[in-house]
Design a protein around this ligand. Structure first.
Ligand code: CA
Length: 229
């Protein structure tokens, strides 16, 4: 859709300017990043609607960029630019969370069709905001607001919050939290999870109603605005 913002991460100046010119003529707003590290930084700083990601890049290759973006929870569609013989790269890229790829050298019309279809698919996935009561989470910027006030979370608090939010209305156990948020099995005597839940509560619930994070005795935790103990 014209007006959509597209980040093109490509170190070959000729391809980058050709793509930028073409997309601009279609009405897209285009920004070029000439290496992987810069591309990753710009994608995290600013809300884009699509990333065109070359795989062979200086500083940080496209696969690493893709992996880092998905690990940080960004769901922006990623269209990879791959070499003709890079079958492993395509498979790895898709495994790491890329949405689509196009092989270089490509026909411009086909590239444009891929851009449109990936933007459309993303739009069909719905709006980027998740809401519970007066709490709003922007999944693209990973920003949390409650009653219109920005809430700053540490990266662990954010991971915990996102896990609870994705399972809102369900009870999640300490075991599930430790496996999904910490990626390890805690022994059951540790209170790391409780400590983080308490920190998250202080930021998200203290001073607001309704309470959103609830302890379900003997089972775990739930994030819910209609909790009946
Ligand atoms: Ca390249």
């Amino acid at each position: 859709m014209p007006g959509n913002r597209i980040l093109v991460v490509e170190d070959e100046a000729k391809i980058a300017s050709f793509v930028q010119k073409g997309l601009s003529e279609e009405g897209y707003s285009v920004e070029i990043a000439s290496d992987g590290a810069l591309g990753l930084r710009r994608a995290l700083e600013s809300p884009f609607d699509l990333i065109v990601l070359d795989l062979m890049l200086p500083e940080m290759d496209g696969l690493e960029v893709c992996k880092a973006l998905r690990q940080k929870g960004l769901s922006i569609p990623i269209l990879m630019l791959t070499a003709r013989d890079g079958v492993d790269d395509k498979v790895r890229g898709l495994d790491l969370g890329a949405d689509d790829y196009i092989t270089k050298p490509f026909v411009y019309e086909e590239f444009l069709a891929r851009v449109r279809s990936n933007l459309r698919k993303a739009r069909d996935r719905g709006d980027p905001y998740m809401r519970v009561a007066d709490l709003v989470f922007d999944t693209r910027l990973r920003r949390v607001e409650r009653a219109g006030r920005l809430i700053e979370l540490s990266s662990k608090e954010m991971a915990l919050f996102q896990f609870l939010l994705e399972h809102r209305g369900e009870v999640v156990s300490r075991k599930e939290i430790s496996e999904r948020v910490w990626d390890i099995h805690f022994d059951t005597t540790t209170n790391v999870i409780d400590v983080h839940i308490n920190r998250l509560r202080k930021k998200i619930d203290y001073g607001y109603t309704p309470q959103l994070i609830h302890t379900v005795r003997g089972s775990g935790y739930t994030l819910n605005d209609e909790f009946l103990p």
